[in-house]
Ligand binder design. Structure first.
Ligand SMILES: Nc1ncnc2c1ncn2[C@@H]1O[C@H](COP(=O)(O)OP(=O)(O)OP(=O)(O)O)[C@@H](O)[C@H]1O
Ligand code: SF4
Ligand SMILES: [Mg+2]
Length: 328
């Protein structure tokens, strides 16, 4: 037996829009083991959140629709299992953390009551016991003076503290897997690091799987084990973090890496990927990245690259992955 918790296979999601059908997710596959962190990286609109929403069953539908693939949780497909099983798994075993804690929390309910409600509803606890558990949980995510603060409303907390409350909500039922969608993007840099450290610590303590959606390569380097880089609704490169940083095998990843300022590259011009991602209603034929790619050849404009095996645990959807790797 393996430790695979979540195994997403060839997932496809479309949105019907006024401009046509937007293919937001086009055959995405990834898996996450217990205790492991997979970072999902990519520019705005690349399909990171929609993939997560399809996994969690919270897709905006309509206009969104899962048109293919499997979402296996411990080997069982969430997309086809009975409604009751699916709800039980998604309610208790999978949890999600959003970027914007303020809109995800109920503004007219104290945080102690919100956290406590999880235990009342799912574990049948009395209000008093549930409240005590809520305070313990707030303490666990290091909210100072938790017992007093349990009586406060979400808007009375700072952004960083609110994100800790979101983490506590996600953690309440001790899920097997957490999907965190840009959990620290709205916070300032020092608070970002503290919240990320807390997440990593809790992942280890509870041996949870973590899917970390972000466009911050710095965050990824510290916390993740593996990366999946998305472009136009596809995974274009996947690799263990260190290997990807040392030698990317896709020109898009290379561009992303070269666009972060690094001390050892001081003085060198920052490489920014030229152009914009394609419209999802009109993805170019061949490699979707070809209009922006410095290495593009004729074949790139006609043949869509599959995810080539680059090395064990590594894949790249580039016809010229060898050349890209070789450049270092
Ligand atoms: N509710 C919706 N209605 C129509 N199209 C949608 C909807 N939600 C997402 N899409 C389409 O799916 C695409 C991918 O969106 P998604 O939110 O997954 O991007 P993302 O990678 O999470 O970007 P970001 O970094 O900005 O969060 C969008 O560009 C859009 O075309
Ligand atoms: S397949 Fe061609 S266009 Fe696409 S990333 Fe590779 S070199 Fe660039
Ligand atoms: Mg998103």
């Amino acid at each position: 037996m393996t430790n695979v918790l979540l195994d997403v296979r060839d997932l496809r999601v479309e949105f019907r829009t006024r401009d046509g059908v937007a293919k937001a997710v086009n055959g995405v596959s990834y898996s996450v083991d217990a205790g492991e962190t997979l970072a999902v990286l990519g520019e705005s609109g690349s399909g990171k959140s929609v993939t997560a929403q399809a996994v969690m069953g919270i897709l905006d539908s309509p206009p969104g629709r899962v048109t293919g693939g499997e979402v296996l949780f411990r080997g069982r497909d969430l997309l086809t299992m009975g409604e009751e099983d699916r709800r039980r798994i998604r309610g208790a075993k999978l949890a999600m953390i959003f970027q914007d804690a303020l809109s995800a929390l109920n503004p007219v309910m104290t945080v102690g009551a919100q956290l406590g409600e999880m235990y009342e509803v799912h574990e049948g606890m009395t209000r008093k016991d549930a409240r005590a558990r809520a305070v313990r949980l707030m303490d666990r995510v290091r909210i100072p003076a938790a017992a007093q603060r349990a009586g406060d409303y979400p808007h009375q907390f700072s952004g960083g503290m609110r994100q800790r409350i979101m983490i506590a909500m996600a953690l309440a039922l001790e899920p097997d897997l957490i999907i965190a969608d840009e959990p620290t993007t709205a916070l300032d840099v020092t608070v970002q690091a503290q919240v990320m450290d807390l997440l990593a610590e809790l992942r280890d303590e509870y041996h949870m799987g973590l899917v970390l959606i972000t466009h911050d390569l710095g965050v990824v380097a510290d916390v993740a084990d593996r990366i999946a880089v998305m472009y136009a609704g596809r995974i274009v490169e996947t690799a263990p973090v260190r290997e990807l940083y040392a030698a990317p095998a896709h020109p898009y990843t290379k561009g992303l890496l070269e666009s972060i300022p690094r001390l050892d590259r001081k003085g060198r011009e920052l490489y920014a990927i030229k152009g914009m991602p394609p419209s999802l209603t009109a993805v170019p034929p061949g490699c979707p990245f070809n209009p922006r790619c410095p290495l593009a050849q004729d074949v790139c404009r006609t043949d869509r690259p599959p995810l080539y095996d680059v090395a064990p645990g590594r894949g790249s959807a580039c016809h010229f992955w060898k050349e890209t790797l070789g450049e270092g």
